[in-house]
Ligand binder design. Structure first.
Ligand SMILES: Cc1cc2nc3c(=O)[nH]c(=O)nc-3n(C[C@H](O)[C@H](O)[C@H](O)COP(=O)(O)OP(=O)(O)OC[C@H]3O[C@@H](n4cnc5c(N)ncnc54)[C@H](O)[C@@H]3O)c2cc1C
Length: 471
């Protein structure tokens, strides 16, 4: 039997998170890392998720804004050019640029499927057979997540998020099942591309993890652009004639007939976007006497690390990459006898939902803070409260909200809903991470006339006693 190939660190999954942890675990050290990938180096994010969706959404957002800015006439979307822009941003599904980056960073990229096969051991399956790799220090599972797909769709080939971001043939009538981030973002670009979109959501509001005012604005805005949104609806049965493997982003067969709790519905395609779960089913946990549940609860040996979507933490690229930087540095420090730089426990998670308008939030919602027992004060203003914000689009609807801990006077949560709201978010992330009290924040002067002046209005709304310096 051949001797196992030995690396200091073996990373299974070369998405953005796997790439980052391999880089941070080795840079500036003599350590070696193998980066195992069975599809495309760069992962879901680069080819099928964040990048193509945002490549599609930006021109859609600009066209919609231009249509509501007196002084501009004649802006229209060019469907073919829009899809070409998407193709350009996903490098036409070619990962050679990312492989070059990884190799340039000193990482060994290995094509194949990785599976843990015992202590610090990984079995690698390639078309040429199976090999064994051995890690001196750490094995990382960065295998991402996979979409939830109820059995009622078995055999009918519904679209998943990959088809929506990879859209090539625009269905005339598209039903989107789900009311979360992927559903709302996809509704915006598919509607702009010309589909008649119907959202069916089982929940009684869209985007059920954000502040309720953000859900309401999103619902109203989608309906205003012609998207039909039905809330509190359950799909009970799916039928389709001639389902066919026509390829990524193409209509997968004949019309789809759905039975729902509110009657029958026919569409040319259906996109199922009802959340994702960590991809842990086939990564060899059983070889260590573990299962997914145990692994997600952190009950793993110290040499085994779960990170990114596979860890069950916030399924966001920037969050996974942050954790990869922290954990990668810890691997490097332990392996080289150094001391890892401590990371704070309570780092807030930011998220931007690129619907129209954008929903940008960080930290706790009011409800989450109250459930956690924090005595909070909430300040809320409409987007038009600051002229710099209102100037961005004439028919603007949106709002801004701060959740402030009365005891510490620090912001614990913030939500901005409006045009380009995502660009405002980092100010709140810094305020929360840096624990800057509001009596200090009131001296951070935003430029006039910018959307940042919403901070002035929000702070003015707070009780006076919070704005005086503590004696
Ligand atoms: C439509 C959509 C839009 C999104 N938009 C955003 C956004 O705007 N911003 C944001 O922050 N997040 C967004 N996300 C979430 C983001 O895509 C994920 O959080 C991110 O991709 C997670 O990175 P990862 O490296 O953990 O996993 P992935 O990107 O999924 O990468 C995991 C990699 O592991 C590989 N792999 C899996 N199993 C094995 C194995 N056994 N052996 C070898 N390789 C394996 C996979 O092929 C894959 O390449 C979006 C998600 C979707 C679906």
């Amino acid at each position: 039997m051949a001797e196992p190939e030995v690396f200091d660190v073996i990373v299974i999954g070369a998405g953005p998170v796997g790439e980052n942890i391999a880089q941070y675990a080795t840079q500036g050290t003599p350590l070696t890392a193998a980066l195992i990938e069975r599809e495309l180096v760069g992962g879901e994010c680069s080819y099928y998720a964040c990048i193509p969706s945002k490549a599609l959404l930006r021109p859609v957002e600009l066209a919609a804004t231009a249509a509501h800015l007196p002084g501009i006439t004649g802006t229209r979307l060019d469907r073919r050019a829009l899809l070409a822009r998407r193709d350009e941003w996903v490098s036409s599904y070619d990962d050679s640029g990312q492989v070059d980056w990884a190799e340039g960073a000193g990482l060994t990229v290995i094509r194949g499927t990785g599976r843990v096969a015992g202590e610090r051991t990984v079995e690698l399956t390639t078309p040429d057979g199976t090999r064994t790799l051995q890690a001196r220090h750490a094995v990382v599972i960065a295998t991402g997540s996979e979409p939830n797909m109820p059995h009622l769709y078995d055999g009918f080939r519904p679209w998943g998020s990959r088809d929506a971001t990879g859209v090539d043939e625009v269905p005339r009538r598209l039903v989107i099942v789900g009311g979360g981030v992927v559903a709302c973002e996809a509704a915006v670009w598919m509607n702009a591309l010309g589909s008649a979109v119907t959202i069916l959501s089982r929940d009684d509001r869209l985007l059920n993890r954000v502040e309720p005012f953000a859900s309401e604005i999103t619902l109203k805005a989608l309906r205003k652009t012609g998207v039909e949104v039905r809330l509190g609806v359950e799909v009970t049965e799916c039928r389709r004639e001639d389902p066919e493997p026509t390829g990524l982003g193409r209509v997968h067969g004949g019309p789809v007939v759905l039975q729902t709790s509110e009657g029958e519905l026919t569409a040319d395609e259906i996109l199922v976007a009802i959340g994702r779960r960590p991809r842990l089913d086939d990564v060899g946990l059983a070889s260590l006497g573990l299962d997914a549940q145990k692994a997600l609860s952190g009950d793993v040996p110290p040499w085994l690390i779960l990170v990114g979507d596979a860890s069950g933490e916030a399924p966001l690229t920037h969050w996974g990459k942050y954790r990869a930087r922290v954990l990668g540095e810890q691997i490097a420090a332990r392996a080289t006898g150094g001391t890892p730089t401590p990371a704070p426990e309570d780092v807030p998670v930011p998220q931007v939902i690129f619907a129209d308008p954008q929903v940008a939030s960080v930290g706790l919602t009011e409800a989450q803070a109250r459930t956690a027992g924090v005595d909070v004060v909430v300040s809320h203003v409409p987007w038009t409260a600051a002229s710099g914000a209102a100037l961005l689009r004439d028919d603007v609807e949106g709002g801004a909200q701060l959740v402030v801990d009365r005891a510490s006077r620090c912001v614990v949560g913030a939500t901005f809903v409006g045009p380009e709201a995502g660009e405002l978010l980092h100010s709140a992330t810094i305020a929360i991470t840096g624990k800057v009290p509001v009596d200090v924040l009131r001296h951070a002067v935003p430029s006039y006339p910018t959307a940042s002046e919403l901070w002035l209005r929000l702070i003015e709304q707070l009780p006076q006693e919070l704005l005086r310096p503590t004696p």
